[in-house]
Design a protein around this ligand. Structure first.
Ligand code: C2E
Ligand code: CA
Ligand code: CA
Length: 721
């Protein structure tokens, strides 16, 4: 109920009041009706939410309705006879008095607002109309009808504030804003939008959002507005292109929300329009960056793999996918000697050449560092792939001119061809990488094709590697012992300790099947310590049983260059308490000749531990006589291959003769390996060879099977001569 309502109420009250007076006078005889009317009046005034008050000329209350107590908190009894004007705020008082007293009878006047003191000390804002009926003999009072508008006023102010804030926010917003009618026409736009689209405000007002939207995005916008109007969504955000006045496109993020009236009827749409052109552009840049190498601009691994996946999806037996893995040789040298910027320019030059070498439908990518890959779909066979790799290799190896001068680089290439339609990019890449790795190993500047069989061998090799590691820890390694016989005395003077791997599935594995791998992996170092330690422990036992034998242990090349070798060996000797004088170490001739200079030093250090040294497999290693003289060795072991032909092959006989006499000339003794027949033994004896070892005397066996009888008792038919 507004001010009009208050007046209406007042009029009703007034009419009733007058009516009541009149009734009292005219119908005093009709007391029933009078009472009825009085009660009606009482009920109306009493229950009114407005304060109805009748005062005399001095302001003293003659009547005041119960609403006064409800609204202001003053007890009705305390108000009876009180001066109402004293409750009015001092600033408002005079105005109120003037207004009410000036108004003389007649019809209601404009309501006035003033503040009235409530019981709690606060002021309530009242809106009131007064009718001065003091002169009216029938009434004789000033009738005031007052309504509490404190809350209404407060929300009016708040609403005004909010509107002002919205208007200001709208106008000064950093992003574009527009109010749009239901049919999509703009009826209010802010400055940011004017700036964003380069169009004057009056050009925008009345324009349809649709017409300002790029053709390609119009459907989406219409759709969004429809959904808003249909009530499917409360607000909606789309990214779309709008048209700048000079024909360029502005990428915007458009958020629209629908404003409805109280009955739910759509009123208009509020749109926030944010310019995201920059973000879009950098987004596109980022997207490009994510799949390209920044230095060369070539696709990166991600994009390459994606292209591979697509190519593989349409590959078959006649249209295979080839991947070439390219790794520059010694690129680090370029970087280190010419500097990184030169290295970068070299990579860019290589990238350009690779690009020029391939067909447009193929892909060349930079995988990282100095690694590139080429993807070629639709390759008929290995030959075609090889031809492609040849072209790439020669493109790379042409001299490259940098500011620093001409640079020559080569590359190692690995090719892998898809084999089945089950091929994945990952395996194909791994295969090409493996082939490239082989090319590196084979001396670089080469092309290798990945082949399943050789790969399987390599994998088996690797598997053995990790198994061997476990073998050491799980005590799967053991030593076997093969007797060495003194041909003069016919007695076993010692044993050669030979390594065996008791594999849980493969059974007893001979050393030739795993020593090479142990070498490569470095495992041969701990294995060598194990071999020596086992042999020494065995020697100690044999000596305790009264067998005065020696034992020789094989050393591999890797062990010789191991810095910890001396320390570990002397530890073993000390730990086992063996007499080093019965310990022999065998080192092959080829090992010693790899680096004879440092071999001399190493052998001397070993000799200083008190052990003896033998040259193993002699005759196969092209010894230099001068070095042989300088090695502190005492024995040469004649390689089995020469012993093999003794008694049959004059050439082998000649070689054996030469080796044995060479040994003697150098003051060394000779041991013949691989003696299997009495004929071989007989010839060795005539050559004056001191010792023999071979199946004729005994195979390598575990220590528990070693027969020590001949350590003290001559072998029948061997001794003498
Ligand atoms: P190697 O040092 O030349 O050892 C002699 C090899 O000849 C042994 O093979 C032995 O069983 C075999 N042999 C001995 N007499 C005969 C014979 O009359 N006929 C034939 N056909 N063969 C005979 P094995 O035990 O298979 O060892 C092979 C190689 O493994 C050894 O050659 C040695 O180079 C290496 N090796 C063995 N044990 C160790 C070890 O503990 N450490 C190192 N680093 N290498 C070892
Ligand atoms: Ca040996
Ligand atoms: Ca040998």
């Amino acid at each position: 109920m507004g001010a009009g309502g208050a007046i209406g109420m007042f009029v009703t009250a007034l009419v009733l009041w007058r009516h009541e007076r009149r009734t009292r006078r005219l119908l005093s005889s009709v007391t029933d009706r009078l009472r009825a009317s009085d009660e009606r009046f009482q009920a109306l005034v009493r229950d009114s939410s407005d304060i109805v008050c009748v005062i005399d000329a001095a302001g003293a209350v003659q009547y005041i309705s119960p609403a006064a107590e409800r609204i202001l908190g003053h007890a009705l009894t305390s108000l009876a006879g009180a001066n109402v004007f004293e409750y009015v705020h001092p600033d408002d008082r005079q105005r109120v008095v003037d207004t009410f007293l000036a108004n003389k009878g007649g019809m209601p006047v404009e309501p006035i607002e003033f503040r009235v003191l409530a019981a709690d000390g606060t002021y309530r804002l009242m809106e009131a109309v007064g009718n001065n009926l003091l002169d009216n003999p029938k009434i004789g009072g000033l009738v005031i009808n007052a309504r509490d508008i404190t809350e209404r006023k407060r929300s009016e102010i708040e609403l005004r504030d909010a509107q002002e804030r919205f208007r200001s926010a709208f106008e000064h917003a950093a992003i574009g804003m527009a109010l749009m009618s239901i049919d999509g026409r703009l009826f209010r736009v802010n400055r940011a939008l004017v700036r964003m689209l380069g169009r004057a405000e009056d050009q925008l007002l009345g324009a349809s959002l649709f017409a300002l939207t790029h053709v390609g995005d119009r459907e989406a916008v219409t759709d969004a507005v429809d959904r808003l109007l249909a009530g499917e969504v409360h607000s909606h955000r789309v990214e779309q292109r709008m048209l700048h006045v000079d024909d360029r496109m502005v990428w915007v993020s458009l958020s629209m929300s629908l404003v409805r009236d109280l009955s739910g009827k759509p009123l208009y749409v509020v749109s926030q329009i944010e310019d995201i052109t920059e973000r879009k552009a950098s987004g596109a840049r980022l997207a490009h960056l994510a799949i390209h190498d920044p230095l060369t601009g070539l696709p990166n691994r991600l994009l390459f793999v994606d292209r591979m996946r697509r190519a593989l999806a349409s590959a078959d037996a006649d249209h295979r996918v080839a991947v070439v893995f390219i790794d520059l040789d010694h690129f680090k040298v370029v970087n280190d000697s010419l500097g990184h910027p030169a290295g970068d320019r070299l990579l860019v030059a290589i990238a350009d050449r690779l690009r020029a070498t391939i067909r447009p439908s193929d892909t060349v990518a930079r995988f990282g560092g100095d690694e590139f890959t080429v993807l070629c779909s639709d390759v008929p066979d290995e030959l075609a792939a090889q031809a492609l790799a040849d072209r790439i290799a020669s493109a790379v190896s042409r001299p490259i001119t940098l500011a620093e001068g001409e640079v020559y680089v080569t590359a190692s290439l690995g090719i892998a061809l898809s084999e089945s339609d089950l091929e994945t990019p990952e395996t194909l890449l791994r295969n090409a990488d493996a082939a490239m790795y082989t090319a590196k190993e084979q001396g670089r500047a080469r092309i290798e094709i990945f082949r399943r069989a050789s790969h399987d061998r390599a994998v088996a090799h690797l598997r053995t590697g990790s198994e061997l590691h476990r073998a050491l820890q799980r005590n799967e390694l053991e030593m076997h012992y093969q007797p060495i016989v003194n041909l003069e005395t016919g007695r076993v003077t010692g044993f050669e300790a030979l390594l065996r791997w008791r594999h849980p599935e493969r059974g007893l594995v001979p050393p030739d099947d795993f020593i090479g791998l142990a070498e490569e992996t470095g495992l041969v170092v701990p294995i060598g310590v194990f071999a020596l330690e086992s042999a020494c422990q065995q020697l100690v036992q044999w000596h305790a049983h009264g067998a005065p034998v020696s034992c020789s242990v094989n050393l591999s090349p890797r062990q010789l260059v191991e810095p910890s070798l001396m320390g570990e060996f002397s530890d073993v000797l000390r730990r086992t308490g063996v007499d080093p004088d019965v310990v022999w170490l065998e080192i092959t001739e080829s090992t010693l000749m790899r680096d004879p200079q440092s071999a001399v030093t190493t052998l001397e250090a070993l000799r200083a531990l008190g052990v003896h040294l033998a040259v193993d497999d002699f005759g196969t290693g092209y010894s230099s006589m001068s070095y042989l003289k300088r090695f502190p060795v005492e024995t040469l072991k004649v390689d089995r291959t020469f012993v093999d032909g003794l008694g049959r092959d004059p050439e082998d006989s000649a070689i054996c003769t030469a080796i044995v006499s060479l040994a003697h000339a150098l003051g060394l003794r000779a041991i013949a390996e691989g003696v299997e027949t009495p004929e071989q033994l007989a010839e060795l004896r005539t050559l004056g060879c001191e010792y023999a070892q071979g199946f004729l005397f005994g195979r390598p066996v575990p220590a528990s099977n070693v027969d020590l009888r001949h350590a003290t008792e001559a072998w029948a038919g061997v001794a003498g001569g």
